[in-house]
Design a protein around this ligand. Structure first.
Ligand code: OSB
Ligand code: MG
Length: 386
């Protein structure tokens, strides 16, 4: 406003309010190179939910990590489409978004649906990073130029096949192997992998396949010198995990149970776990993920970056997150070629022979988004504008 500036007003130059012109949703299907099986089911493709925020000629990209079926979480691709189209998208179009806190505050009155909220936060942060000509990592205060990575191996038809996959990823340099387990695919399998590789960083992830009644069975996992047992008990539990953690020598790591900073705080107070897997897509985005990181760091609790078989867009955000100082254990950040024939970013994510991924230093995501490939894969497109 001409002539209205005075020293008593906030200095415009210090803020980068972003006026969002439109929110684009695209659903694309990416076939997985190999089926991925966990205790809750098996998939052979991912219906990837992309979000693109348009502002001032720029495009900010994010991804909603929800699956097609409500198995890992109650959220699905369809619920996210509904809440973003009908509530969250319109809330971002009512006026310029000042910063990440402003965006989070606009979405906070709506309960739950943290994966849907996260997708918007990711896209917004890509926009903000481009506006400030900073990498995402720099924008959030990342400290690492390279992040250590591991691989998450699904339940296989045979142990022989699993052992072959373990060898393959160790040879590629991956620093940690995580095995999916469930009743009937646990102690024997872990014993054989540990016997073949006495010294590797090895962990297991049950995806909530057990209950506290299985405590004696789970206690036997203590024999295998595991880095952690991820989410052994119910997806929304903190109390039974605290009871189980008291009985185990192996650290429990929570994944599903931590859907916000509040849950992380409660888990640490209750001593439900000794580690936390932070997925920016699960906890509601950067605002929550950064808070969980800071909280854990202040209490000396190690965190690491989880994954949801994201496309390269979600993965680029995960890499930025994992560059924060508190991420001291290898993340579930594998190469694009571990998941897909062709990724939607180019070049794809590459894992170096030392089991690290380079953190991009270019503005924004730091990867080229392959728009023509995305266009050719788009099954559903929804555009929300004022
Ligand atoms: O529990 O960490 C999990 C994939 C989909 C849903 C849940 C999980 C996973 C993974 C794979 O373990 C992690 C990745 O490589 O993206
Ligand atoms: Mg997990």
């Amino acid at each position: 406003m001409q002539g209205s500036s005075s020293i008593f007003e906030p200095q415009e130059t210090h803020t980068t309010a972003i006026k969002i012109d439109g929110v684009e949703i695209r659903l694309i299907r990416l076939p997985l190179l190999e089926p991925f099986e966990t205790s809750f089911g098996k998939i052979d493709s991912r219906l990837i939910f992309l979000l693109c925020l348009k502002a001032d000629g720029l495009q900010g990209w994010g991804e909603v990590v929800a699956s097609e079926e409500p198995r890992y979480s109650y959220e699905t691709v369809s619920t996210a489409l509904h809440v973003i189209r009908d509530f969250f998208g319109p809330a971002l179009l009512t006026g310029p978004v000042r910063d990440l806190d402003d965006l989070a505050e606009r979405l906070a009155p709506f309960r739950g649906h943290n994966m849907a909220k996260a997708g918007l936060e990711l896209a917004f942060m890509d926009l903000l990073a481009q506006t400030k000509e900073q990498s995402l990592s720099t924008l959030i205060g990342g400290e690492r130029k390279h992040v250590a990575v591991g691989v998450s191996l699904g339940i296989q038809p045979t142990v022989v096949r699993l052992l072959e996959r373990v060898d393959r990823y160790l040879n590629l340099g991956y620093q940690r192997i995580k095995l999916k387990i469930k009743p009937g695919w646990d102690l024997d399998v872990v014993a054989q992998v540990r016997q073949a590789h006495p010294d590797i960083l090895l962990s297991v992830d049950a995806n909530s396949a057990y209950t506290l009644d299985d405590r004696d069975h789970l206690k036997k996992l203590d024999d295998f010198n595991l880095l952690m047992i991820e989410q052994p008990l119910q997806n929304d539990d903190l109390v039974d995990h605290a009871k189980l953690q008291k009985l185990l020598n192996t650290p429990i790591c929570l994944d599903e149970s931590i859907v916000s900073q509040r849950h992380a705080k409660a888990a640490l107070e209750l001593q439900s776990c000794r580690l936390i897997n932070i997925k920016v897509g699960r906890v509601g985005g950067y605002s929550q993920a950064l808070g969980i990181h800071d909280l854990c760091r202040s209490q000396g609790v190690p965190v690491w970056c989880g994954g949801m078989l994201e496309s390269g867009i979600g993965r680029a955000h995960n890499i930025a997150l994992a560059s924060l100082g508190g991420f001291t254990l290898p993340g579930d950040i594998s190469a694009s070629s571990r998941y897909f024939e062709r990724d939607i970013i180019s070049p794809g994510v590459v894992v170096a022979a030392d089991g690290t991924v380079a953190v991009p230093d270019r503005p924004g995501l730091g990867f080229e988004v392959d728009l023509s490939f995305i266009e050719s894969l788009t099954e559903t497109r929804v555009y929300i504008s004022r």
